[in-house]
Design a protein around this ligand. Sequence first.
Ligand code: PLP
Length: 396
Amino acid sequence: MFESLAEPKVDAILGLMAAFRADERTDKLDLGVGVYKDPAGKTPVMRAIKTAEARLLDEQDTKSYVSPGGSPAFCEAMIAQVFGAKANTSRIRAVQSVGGSGALRILADLLQETRPEARAWVSDPTWPNHIPLLGAAGLELKRYPYYDAAHSKVDFAAMMAALGEASSGDIVVLHGCCHNPTGADLDRAQWQDVVALLKERELFPLVDLAYQGFGIGLEEDAGPTRLLAEEMDEFVVAASCSKNLGLYRERVGAALIVARNTADATRAHGRLTTVVRANYSMPPDHGANTTERVLTDSALNEEWRSELESMRLRMVGLRKDFSEAMRKRSNSDRFDYISRQQGMFSRLPLDTAQIDRLREEFGIYMVGDGRINVAGLPENDMDRLADAICTVTGTA
Ligand code: PLP
């Protein structure tokens, strides 16, 4: 029976990871994989997580099921993290999810059920997994232009023009902060314009919030989502704990619903738990239980926030050092934008041949669209990287 299946497409990033592992050069550099790395190239378990996990092991006395919607205390803590500790939560509900990806998928199922005719607009470019996650729920996908590659900035006019063509009831997927793959975020005034357009055209926002705390700060990065909560009657958020709590493999996230009123919120929450039940029945507990402890214990919370902030500041510093090295080596300000962008990713203005040459000649690995993981930039070897880029671009 399986002989009729098409061969699966090789995931570009997984292929890149395998090639990097097989490369025997000692000075090879991985700028491809999308996980945070410390100066030693490790993706650490955060200190507060270690403590919370130890407490969990010590205190847990049952492995019985929790519920399709997950732990209510975890959900409450995630609502507070995303919408602020003082937010009016009467029309907000959350369901614990299997990472941010799981949140996207169950929300897509819910939206497909609610609005089968709606199309989902994603930015061009976007995180590649948006396409199968939303597409598998049966949503028709459309793309809105987002990035002006020639000038390494958001193409805001083109974005607004495209969304101006969307039909009432269409879904607009917005990166809450730290746009993946470009690192180019909207500023406050642009967010306000987007919100005005969403309202005017009766569009429905789906916010993907996967990097809260990696951009300007934990509270600041939720600013656009909180603006939507002030202005919009209804929208949804897929929040991930993979990056900001370093819990990647534990699969922790939350699907959040903002509804018109309490009754709608309760109904939508109920339907979402039905979607969960039909998919995987119950979410796993370990990572969410650990997260709940970190978010609700004030000492652990403080320790986590401070470690997260030092990770963020490290990436801000690496951005600055890289743009300075590029300015010095290329004698131009072409790469200054890297220091103005947010989060873990940026795109380098390189073509496929240049990216291949960086890998083959210099052992420098990055995704085919020029996306680099800023956390992987070499703290003490920025000049070698800058030299290699200048060599392949002919600007040395
Ligand atoms: N959204 C974006 C933009 C991402 O980059 C990622 C992970 O890389 C996710 C969502 C989902 O992450 P996870 O499912 O690991 O929580």
